[in-house]
Design a protein around this ligand. Sequence first.
Ligand SMILES: NC(=O)c1ccc[n+]([C@@H]2O[C@H](COP(=O)([O-])OP(=O)(O)OC[C@H]3O[C@@H](n4cnc5c(N)ncnc54)[C@H](OP(=O)(O)O)[C@@H]3O)[C@@H](O)[C@H]2O)c1
Length: 239
Amino acid sequence: MTTTTTALVTGANKGLGYETVRRLGELGWQIFLGARDADRGKRAAVELAEQGVNVEFVHLDVTSTDSIAAAVAAVGARITALDVLINNAGIPGAFIPPQETQAADFRAVFETNVFAPVQVTHAFLPLLRAATQPRVVMVSSGMGSLTITSDPDRVESTLLNLPYTSSKSALNMITSQYARELTGIQINAADPGYTATDFNSHAGYQTLTEGTDAIVRLATLGPDGPTGGYFDRQGPVPW
Ligand SMILES: NC(=O)c1ccc[n+]([C@@H]2O[C@H](COP(=O)([O-])OP(=O)(O)OC[C@H]3O[C@@H](n4cnc5c(N)ncnc54)[C@H](OP(=O)(O)O)[C@@H]3O)[C@@H](O)[C@H]2O)c1
């Protein structure tokens, strides 16, 4: 008997999340497209359904515990197990010189990039645990790597943004900590690479397909695949 693989992608009305839904849809998966704005989310789901993707919109503002609970109920009403959770929603925050940055500048960025993936993962654990080979992908960034951001040959070393970089470093540690406890779930961090999306006013040099390679690879891991790792489209990334 074959069963359809199920996945939820947060922040999937555009950019890397949308492309991830499209690519996993090509594999015949049943996908829940999370978006905080119902109009944008429904429009994206309709567009993808017209391309043959088995997709449903789920209203999900990842910074709202009520919205997360409603999304768990909505997804739980449709499926009995969630194979793959992709915590993709993220914001860059403002690029303010470090010496001018204040604690208040961190709050929205940490709400979305750090606290939300924890809340969403925690809330979906029962549905994930009901799956045969559950996987969680945390969409991180090379900007969260201390090694990469200190390497003058890398573009990531040219950008200064205290809240965003530290939020992704925190997400990396959260991924590692989860993986050490949740041995029945493969949980990894993806560095998409600098990809042309609204996130960077389309300054990124990678295509959406290149930017989703690591996410798709981690979403489609076999049972012998890694957990607690950090990968870009070429392979392992230094923390
Ligand atoms: N693009 C890159 O070069 C790059 C590189 C490394 C890592 N990343 C990471 O990749 C992820 C996706 O980025 P992207 O480039 O695809 O950016 P994007 O095009 O700006 O898309 C971000 C998505 O996140 C959603 N979002 C933001 N806050 C949300 C919330 N509270 N609840 C639900 N959804 C929310 C946005 O929804 P709205 O449309 O409603 O705003 C949008 O759908 C982010 O985590 C980012 O840090 C991107």
